[in-house]
Design a protein around this ligand. Structure first.
Ligand code: HDE
Length: 751
């Protein structure tokens, strides 16, 4: 690899003037010297503000400080007051001219209460409206310090973080489990200023140039006439755009893969997508891509689970995140970087590092771990924190800089701009969740919702009245460095580099890297989504794109759609598959996974307490499913046959096999029971059937084992029936580490 660029001299030359001016002997020395005739050259205390400029130094606590202890979660104080602190006698009756009379205009409490309520909502995000967030801590490993001078990466250094996960297309109230890209945005409150790593769970993007963002989003969101469908890509305008704008095919393939329907936010990878530039203490630079690797591995739902969850629990991912944190199963990721030499052509292994529709396979550039993220605290107030958090790519600490990726460049504008409407003005960085943890000393003033009471009289530079403060910092004071990269002398054009014209090679690379079962899922996803389109021309056009990716893929989808298989129009690229892209075939820890245990008064319940203990010991959560709420034979029931549905569980254990009680069921269920392969309560039969179909591990003992035998599934892969309750669970746990029993999933795809 070529040596990294040495830029220290250039930086020193630029910063030299400032550094010279800031005499190291007297940094910040207080002085009461009145303004001189010359512009001050050394920092000193500003002149004391005039008396009447003084701000009140005590405030009524609002409870809005995000660092406040969790215990203060409830309402504050014993007595209800107005927003001005006057205690109230009654908040249930408006002030009227007699009990049957009209409300009086003078009822200030009524007007204040209703007015505030009328304005409780803020505009949802134009994209990524639906999300969930959590607080945590990032610990640097120190492994990146030779490449990047950012202090938060130092060995053992702990930095507070806030993470917001999101879907992209749906409205705020849409379902969590839809097929979509997921946002993974992290705010590091570093000592050197906030760093926002605003990434996704997919490492590539639909477009290469930010100017196309309104186009892809208008196409992917609902149709403008009827505002349907909600949070779906299975509709004409989406496929119209991606089949015409073929650089979108790579991201689309990731969406159609299992990555589009994650099992949990905890089991998603995260990617910074763009290439960034890192600078070390010596001023040397490298190019880098950021990766988040989940401790639990990358896992997904099956498509049927995702659809069922849309109705059964639209908050599935949000609930899963909060439940896991509150149960102490803190989600963890490792932050890693792929590092590339900062060469003039900004390519690596022939891949253009400024093209966000391309990845660099991990086999070509290893992901090097540089720190660990642990999410350990749920939000105290959703609106204050998750809704109001504002990320921005330009929030960078010294040591991390941007590149010329045209997608990144456009984002640098958009994220600041969008908050002006969404958070109503330019002072959103003063909202508690957005406040940096580094000291702020800016010259931004006034504007809507100004919370700071700025002292001083001279928010301008140069000044002499505030002692010349604030002064620009230099290298010694660890100022942010805009790396003085050479900007090519080139004509002003609206054009892309030639390399951006390759739209298919990496889609083929992704397809060929999938295991048979993952390929099967991709085929089904394309067939489903295109099957939901009305326009024949759009389906045919997308098939033409698939023909350029892989003949088998194209043929399978065309067969499903009942359409002819088109010929490719481009030659297939000669690509080497990247095994790192497949989610299947490894073993993972089980933290926070859900094990459902069916119990019945007549079942074999003796082993239950031991099994529950073993499940807890494995970091998982046991949920007892009984015929009714309350207690069954002294065991506490968490779910009933009525409230349980298979999609909530990662594995199912059967300790009992209740007989059907048709008189207690609506007749439709009784009919279903009759056709079910197992004669038992039809809701339990459905639990078993769905868990089996969704390739989940199933175990049973005693009557439970007989049930599985009667159902004819006892001898199939991933179904454990031999031995005592604890012996069964030991085997179940081992099988669960592979995530699912994929042998049970039918696939005709070749390996
Ligand atoms: Fe965003 N994106 N984006 N995006 N994006 C927003 O900013 C935008 C892109 C991502 O949890 C908006 O504050 C443009 C790539 C996440 O609050 C908006 C372009 C990636 C979130 C915006 C992109 C992302 C957003 C809407 C094309 C992955 C949610 C609200 C150049 C690397 C952040 C907001 C949160 C949100 C613009 C492309 C990730 C409108 C113009 C690529 C995770 O500013």
């Amino acid at each position: 690899s070529k040596p990294a660029k040495k830029i220290k001299e250039a930086v020193e030359a630029a910063a030299g003037k400032v550094a010279d001016a800031l005499s190291p002997d007297v940094p910040g020395a207080p002085s009461s010297v009145p303004p001189s005739l010359e512009e001050p050259t050394t920092p000193r205390e500003p002149l004391p503000p005039k008396k009447e400029h003084g701000a009140p130094d005590t405030r009524t606590p609002t409870g809005a400080e995000t660092g406040a202890p969790k215990e203060s979660k409830g309402q504050q104080g014993a007595y209800l007051t107005t927003s001005q602190g006057a205690r109230l006698r009654d908040t249930d009756h408006s002030l009227k001219a007699g009990p049957r009379g009209p409300i009086l205009m003078q009822d200030h409490h009524f007007r204040e209460k209703i007015t505030h309520f009328d304005h409780e909502r803020i505009p949802e995000r134009v994209v990524h409206a639906r999300g969930a967030g959590a607080h945590g801590v990032f610990t640097g490993y120190g492994t990146a310090t030779n490449l990047c001078r950012a202090g938060f990466l130092a060995k053992g250094k702990e930095t507070d973080v806030f993470v917001r996960f999101s879907t992209v297309l749906g409205s705020r109230g849409s379902a969590d489990t839809v097929r979509d890209t997921r946002g993974f945005a992290t705010k590091f409150y570093t000592d050197e200023g906030t760093f926002d790593l605003v990434g996704n769970n997919i490492p590539v993007f639909f477009i290469q140039d930010a100017i196309k963002f309104p186009d892809i989003i208008h196409a992917a969101k609902w149709h403008p006439d009827k505002e349907i469908p909600q949070a779906q890509s299975a509709h004409d305008t989406f496929w119209d755009f991606v089949s015409l704008h073929t650089e979108a095919q790579h991201h689309t393939m990731w969406n159609m893969s299992d990555r589009g329907i994650p099992r949990s936010y905890r089991t998603m990878e995260g990617f910074g997508v763009h290439t960034f530039r890192l600078v070390n203490a010596a001023g040397e630079t490298v190019l880098a891509k950021f990766h988040w690797k989940p401790k639990l591995g990358v896992h997904s739902l099956t498509w049927e689970e995702a659809q069922l969850l849309g109705g059964i629990d639209p908050d599935f991912h949000r609930r899963d995140l909060y439940d896991a944190i509150e149960a102490g199963a803190f989600p963890e990721w490792e932050l890693g970087i792929q590092v590339f030499p900062d060469t003039d052509d900004e390519t690596f292994a022939g891949i253009d590092l400024l093209d966000s529709t391309k990845i660099v396979p991990e086999e070509l550039a290893e992901v090097q771990p540089i720190g660990k993220l642990v999410l350990n605290r749920t939000p105290r107030n959703f609106h204050a924190e998750v809704e109001q958090v504002a990320f921005h790519l330009g929030n960078l600490p010294p040591g991390i800089d941007v590149t010329n990726d045209p997608l990144l460049q456009g984002r640098l504008f958009s994220y600041l701009d969008t908050q002006l409407t969404r958070l109503a003005g330019p002072n959103f960085s003063q909202i508690p969740i957005n406040r940096p943890h580094a000291p702020v000393n800016d010259m931004l003033r006034d504007g809507f919702h100004q919370h700071a009471v700025h002292a001083g009289v001279a928010p301008y530079r140069p000044n002499s009245l505030d002692g010349g403060n604030p002064f620009p910092a230099g290298d010694k004071e660890n100022a942010f460095l805009d790396v003085p990269v050479r900007v090519a002398e080139a004509p002003k054009v609206r054009a892309n580099p030639i390399s951006y014209a390759d739209h298919y090679s990496q889609v083929r690379l992704f397809w060929l890297s999938m295991s048979p079962v993952e390929k099967e899922h991709i085929v089904r996803a394309y067939t489903f989504e295109l099957g939901k389109c009305y326009e024949q021309a759009i389906k045919e056009r997308q098939l033409r794109c698939l023909a350029n990716i892989d003949p088998l893929l194209c043929e399978q989808v065309a067969t499903g759609l009942g359409l002819p298989v088109p010929e490719p129009t481009e030659e297939f690229a000669d690509v080497t598959p990247s095994p790192a892209l497949s989610q299947v075939g490894k073993k993972w820890p089980g933290d926070g996974r859900m094990v459902g245990i069916v119990i019945d008064p007549d079942g074999d319940l003796e082993g239950i307490p031991l099994v529950r203990e073993a499940i807890f010991a494995g970091g998982m959560v046991p949920l007892l499913i009984g015929p009714h709420g309350g207690m069954v034979n002294g065991l506490p029931v968490q779910r009933t046959f009525l409230t349980a549905r298979s999609v909530e569980f990662d594995a199912l254990l059967l300790a009992g096999a209740p007989a059907p009680a048709p008189d207690a069921l609506p007749s439709r269920d009784a009919k279903a029971a009759a056709v079910a392969t197992v004669v038992t309560d039809p809701r339990v039969a459905l639990l078993v059937e769905e868990c089996w179909r969704h390739s989940k591990v199933i175990g049973g003992w005693g009557v439970g084992a007989s049930l599985l035998h009667d159902a004819g599934v006892a001898d199939t892969p991933g179904v454990v029936t031999g031995g005592s309750a604890t012996e069964v669970f030991t085997q179940v746990k081992e099988l669960m580490s592979l995530h699912r029993v994929w042998e049970r999933f039918p696939s005709i795809m070749p390996a």
